[in-house]
Design a protein around this ligand. Structure first.
Ligand code: FRU
Length: 799
């Protein structure tokens, strides 16, 4: 019956007219490659402070934007294999450009039309696109081949829609790709530069007032210029004349003038900003810079194709600040690791004025991943070459030398003239990556090296050959790992890094999933003694799913409160069943567990009951980590919340129920009902904008209700329905439906805008229903749950 109903509703959905230009963002269910296998980012050659995808193939960095405290890195991504294929846009976020957390896929073939190839992104803070639909500024990203397509987000880059069903907004001649958009303040316009080969290699420029309508401006033809343009202004020597830099995928660049329409280069031949191997199978390719870095820095990341391991291919260079500086040979672009590298440093060690010779090398330190900056006196040296040996072993062998050849005047084989008789070399050494900088960024060489990271292979040595050299100064720092400050699909408020003890853990749409033969734990970095801790747990198959608390990092000490399909809720610790409460527990549905721990008293609540099902005393552990547990089978754990703050709303109380059972637990308002049930606030409104976060914990629907009568017999209700739709209805009438996957355990943001008979419904910032119904003019605001359990949070009315 339900299937039939769903089929009818889905058929009806096809008839709902959508405003032009609106397309479904797709939801997690449309993204079959997520989950990836779990990774601790500890495989051989896995960069510890270089970004790589959890699994699959990565190439160019894309859409790098800063938005309200978060840096977004998108990237060319094949999640299905280790080679280039079927491009998606992967996504990762960071608050400092150093520590990255991978997010679900941003652009997905089949959901987002067009070839999802490289391009950049901008934030539309002035809403010139008119695409803004909530609090968030639109974020636009540009992609497509042989014509530019626009995708945009109205929820802070959580989900993306495609503009005008993928209509190409600019079509350069010949083969073309890799649009790059930037703001040109002097002409007060947006500019797009695209690589194309109509008439030979070159860049075609377009301008736009609104990021959506583009007008051809000019063409810059150059045989050397191929793929992935980047373009940005820089003040020479930080204060002087501003020059525009135009670069291509191989890091070749020219500087020149740009008036908003035409680029006029100062040079006839390009320079190279990085002297690694600048090809798609090399070590430095397709670099891009962030838009909107708050302090105005120009920061670049670039694809390093050569790094790969058991489950991934490719990494990105450590972010580098770009500058233009004047040298005897002219103005050149410099690359310098961003200063946020300091967040990774520990164990500093400094040396000065050491004579280094073949018989007397300097043992600098022993380290796995690290940074060394060293200055050598070239003018006074008798050595033919000198520098740093990396990953040395007791037998004298080493993995790589970064040396300066005095006769050739080269560092690491690339030309570098001494300055005032000295050279400075700086190396960033990661497990599969080596970045070499000479004379403060004048020379940059990005390389991939498979270092042997065994403990016996971690020596660092300053050396000289054929004579002696004075090591003027040397600074060493250990660089720690940048991984593990967050989790991609585990909604909740516990801090990372998380660590797994036993079991196989993956990300699923509904939460964190584990399969274990015995006990497996997933432990957060949040430690607490007395607290309220709650979460939603579901046994998929097998025995038990649980909350763990007051745990040791290795999981050998802990309390665990579970639901067990043997028909109990159980509180236990290693070696002791503290208490059990008999209650039917079935596989396949979520239960809400809540633990209130106060000293030796531990209470466990099931499904928001007013009274604990377990009220026990135990003194074994007083504090420790919060986490999750699975025993013997497969389970999904979601929404782990410490000391939740109740319902956040600007609606007036008291609330009253109309059907069902309603509670206000830690994580918001919660309703349970076999049929339709309402909780209604004391606020009434006629015209309104009303929004909130709704979640079907298990069952069918969660909804916002408005213009309701006090007894709930008259109302409008806009819901998310796990049958796969968003629906606007009133008693006796489905007004409109929009088909889209809706998942249990997932939070959706619903917004209703009602003006007289006009009622629009937004899902995650995108308008999905635009309807007209004049039955009810005003009434109470509240929420609705249908056939199951639903939770509600952040319920807010605005005029
Ligand atoms: C550069 C590149 C781009 C293209 C993308 C496809 O590496 O060829 O020109 O957009 O990769 O993945």
């Amino acid at each position: 019956m339900r299937r039939l109903l769903s089929a009818l509703l889905l058929a009806a959905a096809a008839l709902v007219a959508l405003p032009p230009g609106t397309a479904s963002a797709g939801t997690v269910a449309d993204y079959p490659e997520f989950p990836y296998p779990a990774t601790a980012y500890d495989e051989p050659y896995r960069g510890q402070f270089h970004f790589s995808p959890r699994a699959g193939w990565m190439n160019d960095p894309n859409g790098m934007v800063y938005y309200r405290g978060t840096y977004h890195l998108f990237f060319q991504h094949n999640p299905h294999g280790l080679a280039w294929d079927t491009m998606h846009w992967g996504h990762a976020t960071s608050t400092d450009m150093v520590h990255w957390t991978q997010r679900p896929i941003a652009l997905e073939p089949g959901v987002h039309p067009g070839d999802l190839w490289s391009g950049n992104g901008v934030v539309d803070t002035a809403n010139v696109t008119g695409l803004k639909s909530g609090d968030d500024d639109p974020i636009l990203v540009f992609s497509g081949t042989n014509g530019v397509t626009v995708h945009y987000s109205t929820d802070g880059a959580r989900t993306f829609q495609t503009f005008d069903r993928g209509r190409k907004v600019a079509v350069p001649s010949g083969t073309s790709r890799d649009p790059h958009v930037f703001w040109h303040a002097a002409s007060n316009r947006w500019v797009m530069v695209v690589w194309n080969d109509g008439g030979g290699n070159g860049a075609t420029f377009y301008t736009s007032p609104n990021l959506l309508d583009w007008t051809y401006a000019s063409r810059f033809a150059a045989g050397w210029f191929f793929e992935c343009p980047d373009m940005f202004p820089l003040a020479v020597d930080g204060t002087g004349t501003v020059k525009w830099v135009l670069a291509d995928a191989s890091g070749e660049y020219v500087i020149g003038a740009f008036d908003g329409t035409t680029f006029r280069p100062d040079w006839s031949a390009p320079q190279r900003m990085d002297l690694g191997t600048n090809t798609a199978d090399g070590t430095f390719y397709a670099g891009q810079t962030f838009t909107g870095v708050p302090d105005g820095r120009v920061v670049q990341m670039s694809w390093q194709p050569g790094n790969h391991g058991s489950t991934w291919t490719g990494d990105q260079t450590f972010p580098a600040e770009l500058a233009l500086k004047t040298f005897p040979e002219g103005v050149r672009l410099t690359r310098t690791p961003i200063r946020e590298i300091s967040t990774l440093r520990s164990g500093g060690q400094a040396y000065s004025n050491r004579s280094v010779s073949p018989g007397g090398p300097l043992a600098v330190a022993t380290a796995d991943t690290y940074e060394v900056t060293a200055e050598f006196d070239v003018a006074g040296a008798t050595a033919s070459s000198f520098g740093l040996r990396l990953h040395t072993r007791a037998d004298g062998t080493y993995d790589r030398a970064v040396g300066y050849d005095r006769a050739a005047a080269t560092l690491y084989g690339r030309p570098l003239a001494p300055v005032n008789g000295r050279v400075r070399m700086r190396v960033l050494v990661d497990r599969g990556q080596l970045e070499v900088f000479g004379n403060d960024g004048r020379l940059s060489v990005s390389d991939n090296v498979n270092f042997n990271s065994a403990g016996t292979s971690q020596g660092i040595q300053a050396y000289a050959e054929g004579g002696a050299v004075n090591l003027v100064s040397l600074q060493f720092y250990r660089l720690g790992r940048a991984w593990g400050t967050g989790e991609s699909t585990l909604d909740g408020n516990l801090a990372g890094p998380w660590s797994a003890v036993g079991g196989a853990w993956t990300d699923t749409a509904g939460g964190k999933q584990a399969t274990a033969t015995g006990d497996a734990f997933y432990l957060s970095n949040t430690t607490a003694g007395d607290f309220t801790y709650e979460g939603d747990v579901k046994v998929v198959s097998g025995t038990a799913a649980a909350l763990t608390f007051r745990a040791s990092a290795d999981g050998t000490q802990h309390y665990t409160a579970n639901v067990d399909t043997g028909g109990v809720v159980k509180l236990w610790r290693p070696g002791k069943e503290i208490a059990v409460a008999a209650t039917p527990i079935v596989a396949g549905r979520y239960y809400h567990l809540k633990v209130v721990a106060a000293g030796s008293r531990i209470r466990v609540y099931l499904d928001h009951g007013a009274n604990p099902v377990i009220d026990a005393t135990d003194t074994a552990y007083t504090s420790g980590r919060l986490g999750l547990n699975v025993f013997h089978g497969t389970a999904i754990l979601a929404n782990p919340t410490l000391n939740g703050t109740g319902l956040r709303t600007n609606l007036a109380g008291p609330w009253h129920p109309a059907g069902g059972s309603w509670t206000v637990p830690g994580a918001g308002l919660r309703g349970n009902s076999g049929t339709d049930a309402f909780a209604l606030s004391a606020t009434t409104a006629a015209d309104l904008t009303y929004e909130g976060d709704v979640r079907v914990v298990n069952g069918v629907a969660a909804a916002l209700t408005f213009r309701a009568s006090a007894d709930g017999t008259q109302h409008y209700t806009a819901n998310v329905d796990t049958g796969g739709l968003v629906k606007l209805w009133r008693p006796g009438q489905d007004i409109a439906v929009f088909a889209t996957p809706i998942l249990e355990g997932r939070t959706y943001h619903l917004k209703v805008v009602a003006r007289g008979p006009g009622i629009a419904v937004y899902l995650n910032g995108t308008k999905v229903i635009d309807a007209s119904d004049g039955t009810y003019a005003s009434g109470y605001l509240g929420v609705n749950a249908f056939n199951g359990t639903a939770t509600f949070q952040n319920l807010n009315l605005s005029p």
